[in-house]
Design a protein around this ligand. Structure first.
Ligand SMILES: Nc1ncnc2c1ncn2[C@@H]1O[C@H](COP(=O)(O)OP(=O)(O)OP(=O)(O)O)[C@@H](O)[C@H]1O
Ligand SMILES: C[C@@](O)(CCOP(=O)(O)O)CC(=O)O
Length: 444
C-alpha cells in the first residue's frame, strides 16, 4: 500500500508582526511550491517483526534517517529512536521529521492498537524553488525535484516555509496511510482540523517555541485570512513518553478539552488572487535574522503601547482594504494605492522600532518595479521583512512576466545584486492527497 500527500509553502502578504497578537489578522498565501511525502509499506517476511520507519530526502546528501519505535508505558505514546541504519556516516538528526513522526504515531496509536503500526519507507520531495538552485543547474532543467548535491544544512533556503510544509505533508501522509478513510480524510473539514491541530503541536515542539503558526495554517488550508491561536493551548502537552502524553495529544488534536478550545480563525473566503492576476516572488538572495527582528519590534511595542496600537490598528485597516480589493477585484491603480498605504505604515513601524522591515534597498526596488513595469499592481517585503525577498501582485500574462525578468536583470547589473523571479506562484489550495502514479518514475 502506498500514499502520497503534498502541502504548499507560504508567502506572507500582509499582517506580519501583527499576527503575533490575536487582535489582528494576516493575509497569507499558499504557493505552488509544495513538499510531497510518499509513504510505502515495507514488506517483511512471514514471522519477521520489524518496527522501523526509514525516511529519506533523496535530493540531498546524507539525508536518510532510520527510526525504531515502541509504545511507551502509562499512555506515554509512541517513542521514536534514531537508528544507525545501513550508512556508516555519523548520524545526522532531523528534528522536524523526528518530532512529526513521534506526534503523528502517538496520535495514531490512540486510535489503532500499536501492532497495526506497520514498518514503512517514507520519501520527501521538495519543489526546487525552496532552495536557491546550484549555479550549474541547466536553465532548461524542467525536472520538478532536482538533486541539490549538498547536505540539507548547506542548502540555501529561499524562505518559503519548508519546515511547516514538511511537517504538515508528513503528518497528513502518515494519518492518511495508517488510518482508514472513515476516521481521517484530508478532504473533510474534520480531517483538516485534525491535521492542523496535530501539525501545529509538532511544529511548535520541533521549533522549541510557540510561534504565530501562520505557516502551518497555510500549509493545511492554503490561502486564507488567519487569526492565530492562543499560545496557552499548546503549553501543557509535556514531553513525548511522559505519563499521559498520548491522552493529552488526542485531546488537543480532537479539540475535546472544553477548557482548552482551539481559537484559530481561518477564512478562505476573505482573500483570493483576482482572476487574470498572479502573485509572484523575487528572491533577493541576501538573508535576514528574523528572530532578532521580531524581538526588537515587540520591545518597541511594549515601550510605546499607545503609539504602536494606533499604528497597528491603522495597518490592520489598510490590510483589510487590500483583502477586499483582492476579493472584489480592482483596477491596477487602486491596488497600487492599497499597497502604498500598507508600505508607508510598515516603513513607519520600521523607523519607530529601529528594524529594517522595508529597508531602503527594498523600497527602491519595489518602487522601481511598480513604476517601471506596466503590469505590476504593487508589492511588499513579505513576512518579517528585511532583505530576503519581495512579493508582487502582477497581471498574469507573458508580456508582464518577461518585462519583470528583463527589469530584474538590468536592476541586478546596475546595483551589483542578484534579484531573480522565482518560478513559484500564489495558489489557493492547501494540503491534498496526490496520485502516487505521478511519482513512479522518480521513486525506486
Ligand atoms: N526537503 C527536506 N527534507 C528533509 N527535511 C527538510 C526538508 N526541508 C526542510 N526540512 C526540515 O526543516 C528544517 C528547516 O526548517 P527552518 O524552520 O529552519 O526553515 P524554514 O521553515 O524553511 O524557514 P522559512 O520560514 O524561513 O522558510 C530543516 O533543518 C529540516 O529539519
Ligand atoms: C514576523 C512574523 O509575523 C512573520 C514571520 O514571517 P516569515 O517567517 O518572515 O515569513 C513572525 C511570525 O508570525 O512567526
Amino acid at each position: 500500500m502506498s500514499t502520497a500527500v503534498s502541502a504548499p509553502g507560504k508567502v506572507f502578504l500582509a499582517g506580519g508582526y501583527l499576527v503575533l497578537d490575536r487582535a489582528y489578522t494576516a493575509l497569507v498565501f499558499g504557493l505552488s511550491a509544495r513538499i510531497h511525502i510518499l509513504v510505502n509499506d515495507i514488506e517483511t517476511g512471514s514471522g519477521v517483526e520489524l518496527s522501523e520507519i526509514v525516511v529519506q530526502s533523496p535530493q540531498f546528501r546524507d539525508a536518510t534517517w532510520n527510526y525504531g519505535y515502541h509504545l511507551a508505558e502509562d499512555q506515554g505514546g509512541i517513542q521514536v529512536t534514531q537508528l544507525q541504519g545501513a550508512s556508516t556516516a555519523k548520524l545526522s538528526r532531523n528534528p522536524f521529521v523526528e518530532t512529526a513522526l513521534t506526534y503523528a504515531l502517538t496520535y495514531i496509536s490512540t486510535i489503532l492498537p500499536s501492532p497495526h503500526i506497520k514498518p514503512t519507507s517514507i520519501t520527501i520531495l521538495a519543489d526546487n524553488d525552496y532552495y536557491s538552485q546550484p549555479a550549474n543547474t541547466p536553465k532548461n532543467a524542467s525536472h520538478q525535484f532536482i538533486d541539490f548535491g549538498v547536505r540539507l544544512q548547506d542548502a540555501h533556503k529561499t524562505g518559503l516555509g519548508s519546515s511547516a510544509a514538511l511537517v504538515t505533508s508528513f503528518t497528513g501522509a502518515l494519518l492518511s496511510h495508517y488510518l482508514p478513510e472513515s476516521l481521517f480524510s484530508l478532504s473533510s473539514d474534520s480531517g483538516r482540523s485534525i491535521l492542523h491541530n496535530l501539525s501545529q503541536a509538532s511544529h511548535c515542539a520541533a521549533q522549541g517555541k510557540v510561534g504565530s503558526g501562520f505557516d502551518v495554517a497555510t500549509a493545511v488550508y492554503g490561502t486564507c485570512v488567519y487569526r492565530r491561536f492562543s499560545p496557552s493551548i499548546l503549553s501543557g502537552l509535556g514531553d513525548p513518553g511522559s505519563s499521559g502524553f498520548a491522552t493529552r495529544v488526542k485531546a488537543i488534536v480532537e479539540d475535546t478539552d472544553a477548557s482548552m478550545k482551539w481559537d484559530t480563525e481561518i477564512s478562505k473566503r476573505g482573500v483570493t488572487i483576482p482572476p487574470g492576476m498572479a502573485l509572484v516572488m523575487c528572491d533577493v538572495d541576501c538573508g535576514s535574522e528574523t528572530v532578532g527582528m521580531v524581538k526588537q519590534v515587540l520591545t518597541w511595542k511594549k515601550a510605546d503601547p499607545e503609539g504602536s496600537k494606533k499604528l497597528w490598528d491603522d495597518l490592520q485597516g489598510c490590510n483589510e482594504t487590500l483583502a477586499k480589493k483582492l476579493t472584489a477585484g480592482a483596477e491596477i491603480g487602486e491596488f497600487r494605492r492599497a499597497f502604498g498605504e500598507i508600505r508607508g505604515r510598515i516603513r513607519e513601524m520600521g523607523d519607530r522600532s529601529g528594524v529594517p522591515i522595508e529597508p531602503k534597498e527594498q523600497t527602491e526596488l519595489l518602487d522601481a518595479v511598480t513604476e517601471g513595469v506596466e503590469g505590476v499592481a504593487g508589492g511588499v517585503v513579505p513576512g518579517a521583512g528585511g532583505y530576503d525577498a519581495i512579493v508582487l501582485l502582477v497581471k498574469d500574462d507573458k508580456e508582464t512576466m518577461s518585462a519583470i525578468e528583463e527589469f530584474l536583470v538590468k536592476w541586478s547589473k546596475e546595483k551589483g545584486s542578484n534579484v531573480k523571479l522565482l518560478g513559484t506562484r500564489g495558489e489557493l489550495e492547501g494540503a491534498r492527497k496526490e496520485d502516487m502514479s505521478k511519482y513512479e518514475s522518480l521513486v525506486k
